[in-house]
Write a protein that binds this ligand. Sequence first.
Ligand code: 4AD
Ligand code: MG
Length: 491
Amino acid sequence: MLTFAPLKRRKMFNNRIKIKELLAMEPAGQEVIVMGWVRSFRNNQFIALNDGSTNNNIQVVAGLGQFGDELLKRITTSASLKVTGTIVPSLGKGQKMDLNATTIEILGDSDAEKYPLQLKNRPTLEYLREKAHLRFRTNTFGSVFRVRHALAFAIHKFFNDKGFVYMHTPIITGSDAEGAGELFRVTTLPFDKTPRSEDGSVNFKEDFFGRATNLTVSGQLEGELGATAFGDIYTFGPTFRAENSNTTRHLAEFWMIEPEMAFYDLEDNMNLAEEFIKYIIKYAIDNNKEDLEFLAQRLADEEKQLPQDKRSEMGLMGKLEFVLNNDFERLTYTDAIDILKESNYNKKKKFQYGITGWGMDLQSEHERYLVEKHFKKPVILYNYPGAIKAFYMRQNDDGKTVAAMDILAPGIGEIVGGSQREERLDKLEARMKEMHIPIEEMWWYLDTRRFGTVPHAGFGLGFERMVQFVTGMTNIRDVIAFPRAPGSAEF
Ligand code: 4AD
Ligand code: MG
């Protein structure tokens, strides 16, 4: 085993203990150094100090008469401090220990009058979105982003433990993987003197890459190139969609996890996706219980303002446990249409978009009906009509459907989209022609079907939707640090 000689401990600045670790100790007069930001200062004596490692603050006691007025005046909300002191069992209620300060050093002042996040009037989530640069300093966002971190870590652990290769697919690309055309163009061409071809169209040959390029909408196509060499790969990176959807579930920049597996069919794909989702939820419960319990309480408080029938039945923790302990419901698109058609909801015309019949694309209200009203658990829908799905999905023998699957989650709707891929060159080319996908430009993709093609499958999990599901945050803009959405790219 490799071992490293420890660095000789010289006198250094960062000799602090994190508050999370500190609060786990048994206080018996140990001397410690903490650094953090002031949450509140009571009676000119009690400082609630937070360093972001946990929502719990350490109560720093500035003994009466021990510190000058000049210093005490500077202990304001969000000022940053370095405190040296000893920890002792607390006499007060609500905390296990006090940190009796021997020295307090102000690292950075904070003008209390101007600080935008005073705790007095509890700021709304909407307000905090405008102060996204500071909102990490609140309990809600502290919890959300620690859970987000844990989920990201769990994702890497899950795939690493299974021997998947983490693959970095390009951000700038010439292809539109989903064929949906919702692309952000990447160009260095001047706007005022755009070079034109003879037919008047923009001449991208003169552009930086000598061709038209855009930000990627998905790493899947490149992922397939990896899977057909390594066997199992996954990507985990940012993806970009210029869809003009101002909803609580859409972002223009979001992170996606896309595993791609050789020698997998659709059922293998569904099995992996279900195991994966359960694994990362369990990881969060095992490692972030405190944050999740805080978020569960937050959600319960938020829902108190809703009418009874709009509140969630189980609460956040109950919902997560329920997902872990139950199989996802699996049914075909065709069966789903039948259920929807026969539903009282449809008969009473409660859907905004009526159920017109087989072949229609499902709206999120339909997906949510199936998940929240009918089955009351996550649902995997599979075998969709080919006409409403992407070109690369494997054509089923019925000549109508493709081996696609979507996973729908309560409160969110679609959280995963995936499929078995069409590995037969002739069928794939025919489909691409039908859908006007430029076959010549995709020569590299088609080469995998020419040289040792194999059955393979994969899926994409929308990371922010997953974080929403686990944290119970209703708006996707509250689970990514700096949301990008139509009309909004501040910070
Ligand atoms: O269903 P989608 O479009 O599938 C793909 O991109 C495939 N290439 C995935 C694959 O098979 N490798 O997107 C996958 C997931 C969706 O289920 C959703 O969770 C999320 O990505 N997603 C979005 N999340 C936030 N904002 C948006 N605008 C999103 N669009 C899709
Ligand atoms: Mg989809």
